[in-house]
Design a protein. Structure first.
Length: 344
């Protein structure tokens, strides 16, 4: 049994394809270089002793009795609990968690944490890494069943499958993950925090998900992937608008992949703007602070800017051409490698 293991899970940026993952749709995220590191050291006591270094908070629990908890503790307990449910004998450990990705800013600090925890615990417990899609599903169950956020698989797949200089075209119906070159040349992608922290469990996220399920049911299709714009005309509001967002967003992902193949950044910017308008007007997940952040990016000269992630706060993503000065507080993001065990 190894004595220690360190794993890194990156956060993610979603270029386009928002609120499509739990609707069997399409998205185009990439892993970023900011993320969460988990250092695990074996202890023989049959307990997990965890330290969230950035918060200077601790947790301690018995491996034979893992119960749910709030905040970051919920993720640690959930990761251990789900590994155990998968039949893995998790070894007792001291865990130290630290991160460079801001929490609640829409960059998926949660997935980064789940993924880093699971990889570090597997390595310390001397268990070969399972298939990464299965790991993504396991990490997403941590969020669904232990933290109470009915999120999809977008963040976990992006964190686990990330590649340098590439985005990932994910088809959530077939779970096919296809890398797409993201060569930005003189252009830059930046994220700007709206200053409004969001949590998926507490926001309208679960409500949106339920609305989509209801829209699909009323149209008589298994998921919104099988729905057409024409079908949405017979739905009442707000279901009709919610479904329209998802259907048109899938199309924008296809168009974005085509634009990247042609290196047509102007078209990519137009698609980011169109995605934002749809998320604001049809999906109703924007807020005044998010609108302000989008306006600051556009005023600075962004080719496109949009709300990113679950919504109701968090960060805005903007595409800037060469020579444009990013608004103050904006941080450049680039596609980086996926999660890995960095030392054992
Ligand atoms: C959050 C969720 C993802 C996805 C996005 C919206 O990031 O965790 O599963 O639904 O929101 O695209």
């Amino acid at each position: 049994m190894p004595n220690q293991a360190t794993a890194f899970g990156p956060g993610r940026v979603n270029l386009i394809g928002e609120h499509t993952d739990y609707n069997a749709g399409l998205a185009l995220p990439f892993a970023i270089s900011e993320g969460v590191t988990v250092r695990a050291a074996a202890n023989r006591g049959g307990r997990i002793e965890a330290l969230a270094a950035d918060l200077d908070e601790r947790d301690s629990f018995d491996l034979a009795e893992v119960e749910a908890s709030d905040g970051w503790r919920g993720f640690v307990r959930g990761a251990v609990g789900e590994l155990q449910r998968a039949g893995i004998a998790v070894a007792g450990a001291e865990l130290e968690l630290s991160g460079t990705v801001p929490r609640g800013a829409g960059l998926s600090s949660s997935a980064a944490l789940e993924v880093a925890l699971v990889l570090a615990l597997l390595s310390l417990s001397d268990v070969a890494e399972p298939d990464r899609l299965d790991l993504a599903k396991l990490c997403s169950r941590v969020e669904n069943d232990w933290v109470g956020a009915q999120t999809g698989l977008l963040d976990q797949i992006a964190s686990l499958f990330g590649e340098r200089d590439r985005a990932l075209r994910i088809d959530f119906r077939s779970l096919e993950v296809e890398p797409v070159d993201l060569e930005l040349g003189d252009f830059t992608l930046v994220v700007l925090d709206s200053g409004e922290e969001h949590t998926h469990a507490g926001s309208g996220y679960n409500e949106r998900r339920a609305e989509c399920a209801q829209a699909a049911e009323e149209m008589g299709v298994p998921t919104l992937r099988e729905a057409t714009l024409e079908m949405t005309e017979r739905l009442p509001e707000p279901l009709s608008s919610r479904a329209r967002h998802v259907i048109t967003e899938n199309e924008r992902v296809r168009e974005a992949v085509a634009a990247l193949e042609r290196r047509d950044m102007v078209e990519l910017g137009r698609l980011l703007d169109a995605s934002h308008a749809s998320l604001r007007d049809c999906y109703a997940i924007s807020t005044p602070s998010v609108e302000k952040a989008v306006a600051r990016c556009k005023d600075a000269g962004a080719l496109g800017a949009r709300i990113m992630g679950g919504g109701f706060g968090g960060s805005v993503l903007a595409l800037l051409p060469a020579g444009v000065v990013a608004p103050s507080g904006a941080v450049e993001v680039r596609p980086g490698p996926g999660a890995q065990v960095v030392a054992s």
